[in-house]
Design a protein. Structure first.
Length: 129
């Protein structure tokens, strides 16, 4: 089982894709709680030049509430990460965590339905780009 699903966008501006992903997440009820600029962090902390690579920590409060009610430690899997990265050829790839795969280690059947709903929403975000 893959732990993510992805889509590669050709001839796309990295910054424009970040905006598109953020808006698509918003349309699905997610907000971006964290935005980690890996390129900037690697430069600042390690003095390494790295490609454009951002990790967006997305959270849908309704899904998060249901998940935490069902399993109080599920917060270790939150928020749902979406990676936007520039590939060597200049294309931009968007990849989102598959919550069913990430939560498969949790033995709580009530999480399956919630994970399925989150998976559908995140898949719509990625596929719809």
């Amino acid at each position: 089982m893959n732990y993510f699903f992805n889509k590669t966008l050709q001839n796309a501006s990295f910054d424009k894709v970040i905006g598109q992903v953020t808006e698509a997440l918003k349309a699905e009820g997610f907000g971006v709680l964290t935005d980690i600029d890996v390129k900037a962090t690697f430069k600042k902390k390690l003095d390494i030049d790295f490609r454009n690579y951002r990790i967006l920590g997305a959270c849908n409060p309704n899904f998060a509430h249901k998940a935490i009610d069902a399993e109080d430690k599920i917060g270790v899997f939150l928020p749902c990460n979406v990676v936007v990265q520039e590939l060597e050829n200049g294309d931009v790839e968007v990849a989102a965590v598959d919550p069913i795969a990430s939560m498969s280690a949790v033995e709580n059947p009530s999480l399956g339905e919630i994970a399925g709903q989150v998976q559908e929403s995140l898949r719509r975000v990625v596929v719809g780009l």
